[in-house]
Design a protein around this ligand. Sequence first.
Ligand SMILES: [Zn+2]
Ligand SMILES: [Zn+2]
Length: 233
Amino acid sequence: MLGRLTRRFANLAFGGSCFLCRGAAEGVLCAACDADLPRLTAPACPRCALPAQEGALCGRCLARPPAYDATVAALAYAFPADVLVRALKFHGELALAPLLGRMLAARLPRGVRVDFLLPMPLSAARLRERGFNQSLEIARQVAAATGCPLAPLLAERSRDTPPQLGLPLAERAHNVRGAFRCTQDLARAEIAVLDDVMTTGATLEELAATLKRAGAARVVNWVVARTPAPADA
Ligand SMILES: [Zn+2]
Ligand SMILES: [Zn+2]
């Protein structure tokens, strides 16, 4: 497994061609594909990162404040960002992790500090099947860029849950209830949770609630890609 991944990394890192268009590139992407990435620059709700007028709290967060306190998202989960996220997660293209991590780090406020940077935990079964946790690979880059301490063991998946992707929106919160366990006392800690994609936010909500029950004072989400507002959420 490791050999295959290392070879892929070497091909991507030194192949000299763009991952998306195969044109000449110095890094993972050529300048044109990099410029095409759907960066989120419009005013957004500081709590959930969905578009909101003048960057004010959105109606959903006002009506039902989530357990997390803030969300920063670098990209819209749209072409070609979705291609990169899926290639890392499902095809083991680990050389994409530094690229996505740098993009997320660039979106964070300058000099940002948290006590712990926690990559979204995978279940032991999923980790065995995939061989790596994509959020941890991205978080390594963000930790290096920001100096925030990486703490992948702060919480764990206490049970496996069916993938959220196949579920109706209304069932997603129920699906992840009780999915996490916190492994230490987090008294007054400020924690950033790093995830590759935020969709309804149900998984991040459950993890933030778990961290707060363990004493965390503030939980913020740092996500690479954000899906647009679901119509019925
Ligand atoms: Zn390209
Ligand atoms: Zn909001």
